[in-house]
Design a protein around this ligand. Structure first.
Ligand code: ATP
Ligand code: MG
Ligand code: MG
Ligand code: MG
Length: 484
């Protein structure tokens, strides 16, 4: 029988508990007061100070499942999400760590044991990569990892990887090191016969995907760009939970695992659009299922949508989902909030904050949807008047700045502008739009690096009742949540 996702997560934790690891809770996904990082983008973030030697861990072996968000900074997957089937905004990263305890040998042997013996993944589906070295940084090829791997796997399945793929860095600064990654090829035998899997590793093939990264933490990337040795050597691993579920549940997409199917069935019921019919609708459905999770976990962590900093990022994620629903699923009324019940039921055992904050999450999303759909309508009216005057003046290309203003002021999606224009035989100045966007992004990057407002700390035992929004600023005001 195929393992359910709950059991997959538990099996991982049990395995490492048996190897004397302490099982710890996920850190919050939204990071407070770290100027170098807005959201947790990997399991190791919460242990940064241990690697740097600034504080000592209680236990030198730990494991967990960490909520991660990759929508900004060094690891930004937002544009891929929904378009492909294995990058999410929010995902769970299963990880095990050694803080100055075991190193490459055990990390490699245990990863192999768990995947092939415990989860039963066929060895002939697996490839591993090792760091090939980098002259410019004076880094050697990881022959040590190679030698451990060749005891376990055929040598033609051990591939060299470059710095981009096999030297892991948290961000522009911080702990980093060479890594060894495990990739799985889940193509049919027929497809495998056509193309050698080894050539597809790290090539963005939806069925030849990276599942587990074993990082050997040895360096600290300094602000000046140089590498400094860390005080000790550590192991930091991260395995994509949803990708692992795809492999173990014998499906071709993360969205076909039981992590996502309840949400997708609910979206089908609410919108009347079925998954698996057209690419556009499928992307929209995947975007909504994915983004709902990111936004819900963020609100549960106390980060509400707002106009700056992390809150702005969350608002944009939700708006991306709303506009996909509006454009491709024809939803003119709020509906995404209805999925919170399903998500909370499905993931509330592993992440109790989804249960305790359910009503807050639901109400915040509903209000955001309602207010954005209103702006969308205003934007539509403005675009209509632009179209009328273009026709009047015999102009066929909408000024890029105007299109951007629609996007920036009304949160009005570019795709929608393009679509409506084309219905009138008109076009949009794409270059002008891109220029205006770039200018604005440079400004907001500066802002998001410095601002951390609109934050509220929600404790487990806080029961809050939703009262409403402060409509004057359009921002969510924490004071509107009344403790009950
Ligand atoms: P990829 O090359 O597929 O983008 P990555 O090399 O950026 O992945 P790592 O930083 O090595 O990813 O993270 C460890 C593991 O987390 C990956 O091996 C993968 O299984 C998973 N993972 C990374 N990014 C995502 C994402 N956006 N959505 C889901 N899982 C992810
Ligand atoms: Mg990546
Ligand atoms: Mg990778
Ligand atoms: Mg990787």
């Amino acid at each position: 029988a195929r393992m359910k996702s709950k059991q997959i997560r538990q099996t991982f934790l049990d395995f490492f508990e048996n190897k004397k690891h302490q099982i710890v809770a996920s850190a919050p996904m939204v990071i407070k007061n770290d100027p170098t990082l807005m959201f947790t983008n990997a399991g190791m973030n919460q242990f940064k100070e241990y690697f740097l030697g600034n504080s000592d861990p209680k236990n030198n072996r730990v494991a967990d499942s960490q909520k991660c968000l990759r929508v900004s900074g060094k690891h930004n997957d937002l544009e891929e999400v929904g378009v492909d089937t294995y990058h999410h905004t929010m995902f769970e990263m299963l990880g095990n760590w050694s803080f100055g305890d075991y190193f490459k040998k055990e990390a490699i042997a245990w990863a192999w044991e768990l995947l092939t013996e415990v989860y039963g993944i066929d060895k002939d589906c697996l490839y591993v990569t090792i760091f090939e070295g980098d002259k410019s940084e004076n880094l050697n090829r990881d022959t040590e990892a190679y030698d451990y791997w060749k005891e376990l796997i055929a040598e033609d399945r051990i591939l060299n990887g470059n710095k981009a793929d096999n030297f892991w860095e948290m961000g522009a600064q911080g702990p980093c090191g060479p890594c060894s990654e495990i990739h799985v090829d889940i193509r049919s035998d027929e497809e495998k016969a056509k193309v050698d899997g080894a050539t597809l590793v790290n090539m963005d093939h939806p069925q030849v995907v990276e599942i587990w990264n074993l990082v050997f933490m040895q360096y600290n990337r300094m602000a000046d760009g140089n590498l400094k040795n860390l005080p000790a050597q550590h192991v930091d691993t991260g395995m994509g939970f949803e990708r692992l579920a795809m492999v173990l549940q014998n499906v071709q997409s993360n969205y076909d695992t039981d992590v996502f199917t309840p949400l997708i069935r609910e979206i089908e019921t609410i919108t009347g659009h079925s998954y698996g019919k057209t690419e556009q609708e499928d992307i929209a459905i995947r975007v909504i299922a994915d983004h709902l999770r990111a936004v819900s976990f963020s609100i549960a962590d106390g980060q509400l949508p707002s106009n700056n900093g992390a809150g702005y990022v969350i608002r944009m994620i939700l708006r991306r989902a709303i506009r996909y629903g509006f454009t491709y699923l024809g939803k003119k009324e709020p509906f995404i909030y209805q999925l919170v019940n399903t998500l909370s039921k499905q993931m509330g055992d592993a992440f109790p904050e989804l249960k305790s904050q359910k009503n807050l999450i639901l109400n915040v999303i509903k209000e955001e949807e309602a207010s954005f759909l209103r702006t969308l309508e205003n934007g539509l009216a403005l675009l209509d008047s632009m179209v009328a005057s273009m026709k009047n003046d015999g102009v066929t290309v909408l000024d890029g700045k105007k299109a951007f203003e629609l996007n920036d002021t009304y949160g009005f999606p570019k795709e929608l502008t393009r679509l409506i224009l084309s219905e009138h035989g008109l076009q949009m100045d794409e270059d002008g739009f891109a220029k205006a966007l770039k200018k604005q992004q440079e400004g907001s990057r500066k802002a998001s690096a410095t601002e951390t407002s609109d934050w509220t700390t929600l404790r487990e035992d806080d029961t809050q009742e939703f009262v409403g929004y402060d409509r004057l600023s359009g921002d969510v005001r924490i004071s509107k949540y009344r403790k009950v």
